[in-house]
Ligand binder design. Structure first.
Ligand code: NDP
Length: 460
């Protein structure tokens, strides 16, 4: 017995040393890429029990291979505004890992976009896509272009210029981009048109998130928000809790937030607050999702205008204080690192029971530690927001078959996928001695499939 324990201890130490050395190499090779380093650290640390149990992964230098993108493309995007002035932005596409399928991941248009942000998102996407059970690899892209305040014609010219270059690097069996922050159905439409023109053929499966008239899938628009709520519902039910009757705070008011608010409301919860980058609204009667949809999806207005139609609601400048509102469930659905250690502690002292990450990496590493240590049910982004890319994969499947499934069919598949992701993540956490820790469980479940496929395909 003593010998077995000693052997296990030795394997654990070797695994810890390997992970530490691989992480230091990532830091050295990617100096100043803080977001990328943060994402890598979270994944690497959670894989220690896998390496202790299966040391062959270490011999395969699997972390070194996984953390280096297969390809990173950076390109110039020149465009002309309505006054005839010339602007130049930078475009990116990271093709991170194609072990289990074509690269798949969204495009983000936001002034904060840089190589580090794109690499952190692309890296996370590898594991998320693997978790969905769909045959899709990991990628991500975008530009530091700011769509705010731009006319429709300016958006179109930018998208066309962006796609003129990107079209040389993507394809339905190679790399399939979609939307993300700043990229919705309008932008996908302009980019699809330009791709078609550049390639001279109708390759419907080259982009997902398309309009329903030309190959889009029902439920894609709703998928990430609905998926987060399906996941949280499953996680709560598993622990004997219920979403019904819960008070919920959702940050953001974009694509993910709107459909998370809609689904929570449908399932009997009450969302009392949401936000945009200017500030947040508190509505004790429950956020009216139709108003938010109209303000944000149709009129492109600010959340501050919500109170004009709902005078009993209150608007506060600045968005981080949204986490001071007492709630049972917190759904951060805006952007990375929006919940820090302070906000996490505030949520706990106000009695939060569950946190579901709709955005990518919305909690800092310190905030995650706070949640895990206080036994709050914590649904990490990689698992909880995978519904969007899962339905994107279903869109690709429909495009290949030249068929369209009904809303009910796609929604049922989405619900089943979210349930599976929860089950796979919780089982992996139990198998590796970290019962109930979904951060570790999701990373391990996502990792193993990709790592095994990479090893099976040889050193390429
Ligand atoms: P949108 O552009 O539709 O919405 C983003 C929302 O977040 C907007 O309301 C925006 O406000 C708000 N926001 C941005 N920065 C801040 C900030 N610093 N503080 C508060 N609010 C902020 O993006 P999505 O909804 O598509 O994406 C949101 C998150 O979800 C991102 O992390 C994205 O990567 C992730 N995600 C999205 C998926 C999808 O299918 N769309 C899939 C998986 C993950 P404003 O209007 O003022 O800019």
């Amino acid at each position: 017995m003593k010998t077995i324990e000693k052997m296990e201890q030795t394997h654990l130490q070797e695994a810890q040393a390997y992970v530490q050395q691989a992480y230091e190499a990532v830091q050295k090779r990617n100096p100043n890429h803080v977001e990328f380093q943060q994402a890598v650290k979270e994944v690497f640390d959670s894989l220690v029990p896998v390496f202790a149990k299966h040391p062959h992964y270490m011999k395969q230098a699997i972390l070194e291979r996984l953390s280096e993108p297969e390809r990173l493309i950076s390109f110039r995007v020149p465009w002309v505004d309505d006054e005839g002035n010339i602007h130049v932005n930078r475009g990116f596409r990271v093709q991170f890992n194609s072990a289990i399928g074509p690269y798949k991941g969204g495009l983000r248009f936001h002034p904060s976009v840089n190589e580090s942000i794109i690499k952190f998102l692309g890296f996370e996407q590898i594991f998320k896509n693997s978790l969905t059970g769909q045959p899709i690899g990991g990628g991500k892209g975008g530009s530091d272009f700011d769509p705010k305040g731009k006319s429709d014609s300016e958006i179109m010219r930018f998208c066309q210029s962006f796609m003129s270059e990107l079209s040389q690097h993507i394809g339905p069996d190679l790399d399939v981009p979609a939307g993300d922050i700043g990229v919705g159905a309008r932008e996908v439409g302009y980019m699809f048109g330009q791709y078609k023109k550049m390639r001279g053929g109708y390759e419907a499966g080259v982009l997902t998130g398309k309009g329903l008239e030309y190959g889009g899938s029902l439920v894609r628009k709703e998928a990430t928000g609905y998926g987060v709520v399906y996941f949280v519902d499953e996680m709560m039910k598993d622990k004997g809790l219920s979403l019904q009757g819960s008070t919920v705070v959702v940050s953001g008011s974009g694509n993910v937030s709107i459909y998370a608010i809609e689904k929570v409301t449908e399932l009997g919860g009450k969302v009392v607050a949401c936000s945009d980058s200017g500030g947040y609204v508190y509505d004790s009667k429950g956020i009216n999702v139709d108003t938010v949809k109209r303000l944000k999806e149709v009129e492109q207005k600010r959340m501050s205008e919500y109170v004009q139609e709902h005078p009993h609601a209150e608007y506060y400048e600045g968005c981080s204080n949204i986490w001071s509102i007492p709630c049972d469930i917190a759904l951060p659905c805006a952007t990375q690192n929006e919940i820090d250690e302070y906000s996490a502690n505030l949520l706990i002292s106000n009695g939060v029971k569950a946190v579901g990450e709709g955005a990518n990496m919305p909690s800092t590493l310190e905030a995650i530690d706070v949640f895990l240590e206080s036994n709050v049910l914590f649904a990490p982004a990689k698992a909880a927001n995978a519904g969007g890319v899962a339905v994107s994969a279903l869109e690709m499947a429909q495009n290949s078959q030249r068929l369209s499934w009904t809303f009910e069919e796609v929604d049922a598949k989405l619900k089943a996928i979210m349930k599976n992701i929860y089950q796979d993540s919780i089982s992996a956490s139990e198998d590796y001695g970290t019962s109930g820790n979904l951060v570790v469980g999701a990373n391990i479940a996502g990792f193993k499939k990709v790592a095994d496929a990479m090893i099976a395909q040889g050193l390429i």
